[in-house]
Structures are given as C-alpha cells and as structure tokens.
Design a protein around this ligand. Structure first.
Ligand code: T4K
Length: 391
C-alpha cells in the first residue's frame, strides 16, 4: 500500500528566520541608511561566519558562483592553463574555471565518496596544469591529505568547492582549512542560507586582501592614510580586473538571523536520516553512501544509489515518486562533462570517467529537511519506494 501526498514534498525547504528577528534587523539596516557596500551587517556576518566555522578567515559574497570565480582569479593562474576538476557536480564548478579563461579537465571520482580520485588527478596532470578544483560533494570530504601531497609534488594550487560542506569537519577540523581557498554556498537550497550568498575561507591574509579587492571591482583596499594619499596621487585606485561580488546588508542580516538556527536543523535532519537509513538500508537494490568515520556530516543532502539489477531504475523511482507528489532530484545528472559546452573536450570522454557515469546514472537525492520527520512523512516516502520495489 503506497501513499500519495496531497501537497508536493520538495527536495528541500529553506530555513526561514523568525519574523521578529529579521524585522528587527531589517529595521536597523533601514534606519542606518546604509544598505550595501560592506556595511555593518556585512562586517558582523563575516566575523560570525568565521567564528561559527572555527576557521581563520571568511570573506562573504553575493553568491557561491561568484565566490568561486574570484577564488580562481585571486591565485593568478596563467590564462589558458588547465584546472583538474570533477564532472560530478553542479554546473557552477566547471563554469567558474571557464569564466576565468582556464580549461576544465575532467577526472574520475571515487566510488565510495563520489569525490575526485587522487590517482585520476595525478594521471590528468600535464605541464599545462595550474590547479585542482575538487568538490566536497554532498558534504563528503575529498581526500584532502592525498590532494595536498599532489599539490606539493606538482606545485599546484587547490581551490575546494565546498558548496555543500558548511560545517563539515574531519577529525574535528573544518574541511575549509585545506587547500589554498574553499568556497561555501549560502543559497536558499543549502543547509545554511542568506537567500543567495557564499563565502571564501582561507588562511593567507595577503590572499584575503586580494579577494577583498577582486570582490569590489578591483578597487584597492587602502590600509592606512599613507596608502590613501599615494592612491589619490597616482590615481591607482583600480589595480585588477575585479567584479561585483558584494552581499547587501539585508541578505547579510538574513544570514545572521538564520545562522543561529543551523544546529537545531542539523539535529532534526539527523532524525530524518536515521529513519531513511532504518527503512531503506536493508533493501538490496539501494546503497546509502556512508561518510568516513572521522567526519562530521554537513547534513545537506540525502543521496541514495539504486542498482537497476531488478529491472527498476533510478528514473523509475524518480517518476514514481513524482506520481505520488514527492519531488526528489537527480543531482548531479547529467555530468558536467556531458554538457554541450564541454562534451567535446578530450577529458570528457565517458571512457575516462566510468565511475562518475555509473554514479550519475543511478543517484537520487531524496527530500531532506528537518520538518520532514513530522507526521511520519519520511516513512511514507520510504513506503512509496518500497511499494515500487515490491519489498
Ligand atoms: N558548486 C556546487 C557543487 C553547487 O551545488 C552549487 C550550487 C554551486 C557551486 C553554486 O553556488 P550558488 O552560486 O548557487 O551559491 C540549486 C541551487 O540553485 C544551487 O545553488 C545548487 N548548487 C544546486 C545543486 O541546486 P536548482 O536548479 O536545482 O534549484 P531549484 O530552484 O530547482 O530548487 C531546488 C528545490 O529547492 C526546489 O524543488 C524547491 C526548493 N526551494 C528552492 C528555492 C530557490 C525552495 O523550497 N525555496 C526556494 O526559494 O539549483
């Protein structure tokens, strides 16, 4: 017996701040007369993010994609050089490389973590390689130790796409502390949101100054009165090709109000994950990817992998769930390497990416947000899946 939901169950539901909290902050912004360009909310938000994640430095942005574009730009990679990345990700990852005039080179992923395989990275390195852009997909940490070692051996820069890795830790340390710089996304569909938004996390303060300037059209950041005098004299105010990556004061305030809700949401999501695991893990055709032991899960997605051996595919389950008003998502199908803009690249050849293809063809992200544990909704979603699989 399966169950059809009356109202659609979507893959996620954004955390909304309490109205009284957000109205108070909005009032403060409006009364101040300062609504963007690195105002008070922006400064506090940036500080609160760094403290919350226990990282060295954070620079906040108006979205994760622009943050990633700026991260790559900040490293001065030679135009036309190659950046090795995963095809199993959202379009923004490969696009950020291409927008910088760099060439994305796709390498295969690991079966277990679905992240870039260090052996595949090493195989893809050429004299033109300047950087690696791995993705902590679904918050699963990449093999940061092996990637660090490769970066040292071949003198490569490492930019992590941590769009899904807000609060992911390995052995108690933030995943964002690895590599040269890590991008986080604060989009509405993420665990933590500032409606749209993102951040770059880095240790090097000189890099931080560059990031600050690139985020603000390349306008020089004057550190003292002497700098200002010199800048005005030489008219050297714009020193690089920057962009507008600034988050406005209302969104920074929204992010601040949501930040305090993340921990409770993660606890509720743990309860949802537990029910999914209890209900689905014994089904032969379903694999639930497990985080490595020493990892703190970010709780952003709940992916399952469906083995089509019984004649029922991922697409069959996806369609059947929709019929019952449950909207799961096929993140990340198709692979970036199959997009029209990249599919003719040599590295996009499916023979180069067997694991990524296998995972992309069989993955399904189930609805995942705290409220789902109410009214036995998770159990009902599982019943729909079990009904189709006759288990
Ligand atoms: N790198 C990676 C690995 C990423 O996954 C992403 C973004 C980025 C980089 C770039 O970061 P940002 O520039 O976005 O900060 C969504 C998101 O737009 C995107 O942020 C995310 N990854 C990607 C995986 O998913 P869509 O096209 O699937 O979104 P959409 O509009 O279909 O929304 C998904 C579901 O979320 C809806 O079915 C319902 C729910 N939803 C969505 C919105 C916007 C709501 O309930 N309320 C809402 O306001 O791309």
């Amino acid at each position: 017996m399966t169950y059809k939901f009356e109202k659609p169950i979507l893959v996620t539901k954004p955390l909304m701040p309490k109205k009284e909290d957000i109205f108070k902050l909005f009032e403060e912004v409006m009364d101040s007369g300062w609504i963007t360009n690195m105002g008070k909310q922006h400064a506090i938000f940036e500080k609160e993010i760094a403290e919350y994640l226990e990282v060295s430095n954070a620079s906040v942005f108006n979205n994760g994609t622009l943050a990633l574009i700026v991260a790559l730009k900040s490293l001065n990679l030679p135009i036309g050089s190659e950046v090795i990345t995963t095809p199993f990700t959202f379009a923004a990852t490969a696009h950020s490389i291409a927008w910088n005039g760099l060439i994305p080179v796709f390498a295969d992923i690991e079966q277990k973590t679905m992240t870039l395989c260090p052996k595949a990275i090493e195989k893809a390195i050429t004299s033109k390689t300047s950087a690696v852009l791995p993705v902590h997909v679904y918050g699963f940490p990449c093999d940061v130790i092996a990637i660090d070692a490769l970066a040292k051996k071949y003198n490569l820069r490492v930019v992590y796409d941590g769009a899904h890795a807000f609060t992911t830790k390995i052995s108690g340390k933030s995943i964002c502390e690895y590599g040269n710089v890590t991008m986080l996304s604060f989009h509405a569909t993420k665990l933590f949101n500032s409606i749209e938004g993102g951040a770059l996390i880095y240790k090097d303060t000189a890099l931080g100054k560059k990031i600050y300037e690139l985020r603000n059209f390349g306008i020089k950041k004057f550190e003292n009165a002497e700098d200002i005098k010199e800048g005005i004299k030489t008219k050297d105010l714009i020193y690089d090709i920057g962009i507008n990556g600034k988050i406005n004061e209302l969104q920074a305030a929204w992010g601040r109000a949501v930040l305090g809700m993340v921990e409770d949401e993660q606890i509720s999501r743990q309860a949802v994950a537990k029910i999914y695991k209890t209900e689905l893990s014994k089904i032969d055709a379903i694999t639930i990817p497990e985080m490595p032991r020493n990892t703190k899960n970010s709780m952003q997605y709940f992916p399952i992998i469906i083995d089509p051996k019984n004649g029922i595919s991922r697409d069959d389950i996806y369609d059947f769930l929709i019929k019952n008003n449950v909207h799961s998502r096929k993140y990340f199908f198709p692979l970036c390497s199959d997009f029209k803009c990249y599919k003719n690249y040599q590295s996009a050849n499916p023979l180069n990416l067997p694991v990524a293809h296998k995972i992309a063809d069989n993955i399904l992200c189930l609805p995942f947000y705290g409220e789902l544990s109410e009214d036995k909704r998770v159990e009902k979603i599982c019943d729909i899946i079990k009904g189709l699989l006759h288990v």
